[in-house]
Design a protein around this ligand. Sequence first.
Ligand code: SAM
Length: 258
Amino acid sequence: MADAYLDFIRSVYRITGLDLNQYKRPQMERRILSLMRSVGVNNLADYAVLLQKDKNQLDKFINHLTINVSEFYRNPGQWEVLAQQILPQLIKKNSSLKIWSAGCSTGEEPYTLAMVLSELDTKGNHQIVATDVDQEVLKRAQEGIYNIKAAVNLPKNYLARYFDRDGEVIRVKDSLKKLIKFKWHNLLTDTIENNVDLLVCRNVVIYFTEEAKASLYRKFHQSLKPNGMLFIGSTEQIFQPQEIGFKPAAMFFYQKIS
Ligand SMILES: C[S@@+](CC[C@H](N)C(=O)[O-])C[C@H]1O[C@@H](n2cnc3c(N)ncnc32)[C@H](O)[C@@H]1O
């Protein structure tokens, strides 16, 4: 039997290279149908034609699907573990860490990394690469302009040191911006970064199928240096990490063992 959803995601793959087969269907289908209706289209075949010919609609579609919610210092307890336990251990062995924020959205996560790292190590020569599949969020990340609400969890001294504030608007200072390189990248299809010391991928795989997630964690293992760390989101967990060469290092942190 014809399946309009599968036909539609085949078209999306042809147009964008984004393989929605690797994302959980119920969530994706719900979001696609609601967006389609909001632009006045009634069926997926017509919607695919619209996306093919209208770049603005296509950008809007990708932006809607990719769910970009983020904030600075998201889940503070985990950033404290990173700052007090994980990073000191990594810095002790290496004064030029390579850190990858994968699925960085509008930048709050890599900027948080840059702040935590700057607080810990003023002399190091570290590199932070931040990637996402959505051009629109990367543009906003590079601009580094946010509403103060994005910083509710951020320690107050960080806010004062790394931002310029104008009423409700906060701007990341250039000294912090220059520590991060933002790049477009599709985690499901593109070659991964290598020689990574700390890989941060939080609240991204929740939208992926179990198979896509398992395969990505195997790629992350290859991406890391021996003893490198993977930092995942607060609702995520790797079952039987040793099977892919990780051991738990703390809640939400896994260390490459082989
Ligand atoms: C909810 S945000 C998470 C942002 C940040 N990591 C955090 O925890 O606050 C999820 C991000 O994953 C990105 N994403 C989804 N699929 C992706 C893919 N295949 N490759 C790269 N990024 C992807 C989305 O564009 C979105 O910006």
